[in-house]
Design a protein around this ligand. Structure first.
Ligand SMILES: C[S@@+](CC[C@H](N)C(=O)[O-])C[C@H]1O[C@@H](n2cnc3c(N)ncnc32)[C@H](O)[C@@H]1O
Ligand code: SF4
Length: 340
């Protein structure tokens, strides 16, 4: 508690440096620097059954990609969307390649389950990134191992405890956001977890999430673990009773349909490079980037895919295909929502 208060006071006394204001061609760039994960969570929106090897973004592609940072707003540049960024052995080096005055635009989400070296933890703490999302679903070893298949709670806590200590040592650490998936197996523990995240875990925000229902999730998992409406309402009441204002509970929408799942979120990773079909996309754009540098339109990933490494001036390229006024193409193909 004391450390968390000191942390907040220090952040107020020494506000982070301002981010340069440019006109934004992009609303967000949701990049992945790898195409794989160390875990196989049963609720994951990604279908890893066809992913046979791990592709890593090259340093050359990463350097090409971050040329787009000036065209992105604060917290608009994701270094992970669908996959696990700590699988990339150069994550720390990549962070250091980002110009200091652009760092507050960046963030990523991690399961924090791989053995992470101290040096990487220090780099993350001192990165100047806007925030880091940490996925944390259970205090219980067995529940953790079931929900984070192949993950071990002990390794997670070893990483998290060192990350918290490192964050407490620097003046402007990234904000820490926790994401907790809600299921029958962990729902009773969520209020205690939220309390811990606030009192000891330096939480700037805690997101409690329903499951984007993708076709790769097994029917058994849906039946055994998905919460019913009354269980969501009971969770909401117990969270409302807590003294924190930073809890974001995202419950299933009214039209949530367990019988008709979305396609898995990585469906577009087989789309070949295709030039943009016209030059009137609406600005600001939402795009996704794959580890080979292919940039896709978010939500309409098959409309085009261009490799950022092949663009001489990527900001000028995207300015040339966008306009403030024209609507996106009508034949957009919907996909699962982009995950944070
Ligand atoms: C796709 S993961 C990628 C980052 C990292 N591997 C992790 O799990 O933290 C990003 C976030 O989405 C959450 N997530 C995974 N599958 C989901 C689903 N079907 N619906 C909603 N969120 C999901 C994860 O728990 C994580 O917090
Ligand atoms: S939710 Fe994250 S940690 Fe789990 S399998 Fe998916 S990408 Fe990996």
């Amino acid at each position: 508690m004391i450390r968390s208060v000191a942390h907040r006071v220090r952040a107020r006394l020494f506000p982070p440096p301002p981010v340069p204001q440019e006109s934004h061609v992009f609303e967000f760039i949701a990049a992945d620097i790898v195409n794989n994960c160390n875990l196989r969570c049963p609720f994951c929106l990604v279908d890893y059954s066809q992913v046979k090897s791990t592709n890593l973004m090259s340093e050359e592609t990463f350097r090409a990609l971050i040329r787009l940072a000036p065209a992105v707003p604060l917290a608009g540049f994701w270094l992970s969307c669908l996959h696990e960024p700590t699988l990339h052995p150069k994550l720390g080096e990549f962070i250091q390649l980002i110009p200091l005055n652009q760092r507050r635009k960046f963030w990523f989400t991690t399961n924090l389950v791989r053995p992470l070296p101290d040096a990487l933890i220090e780099t993350i703490a001192g990165s100047g990134f806007h925030h880091i999302n940490v996925s944390y679903d259970s205090f219980d070893e067995d529940v953790f191992a079931m929900l984070r298949k192949h993950g071990r709670l002990k390794m997670f806590r070893h990483n998290l405890d060192r990350l918290l200590a490192a964050f407490a040592r620097v003046v402007h650490p990234p904000f820490l956001r926790y994401i907790t998936m809600a299921y029958r197996s962990n729902v009773a523990d969520i209020p205690a977890m939220v309390t811990w995240m606030n009192e000891s875990g330096l939480a700037a925000e805690v997101e409690i999430r329903y499951t984007f229902n993708t076709a790769n999730i097994s029917e058994d998992f849906r039946r055994e673990q998905f919460l019913e409406t009354e269980e969501w309402l009971a969770l909401k009441s117990s969270l409302d009773a807590l003294p924190y204002t930073n809890i974001r509970l995202t419950m299933p929408p009214a039209d949530y349909n367990r019988e008709h799942p979305y396609g898995p979120a990585n469906w577009f990773e087989t789309v070949p490079p295709t030039p943009p079909p016209h030059k009137a996309f609406k600005r600001p754009m939402q795009v996704r980037v794959r580890p080979d540098g292919r940039i896709h339109l978010n939500g309409a990933e098959n409309v085009f895919a261009v490799k950022v490494g092949e663009l001489a001036d990527p900001i000028a390229f995207f300015e040339s295909i966008t306009s403030e006024y024209e609507a996106p193409p009508p034949d957009c193909v919907a996909s699962a929502p982009a995950s944070s």
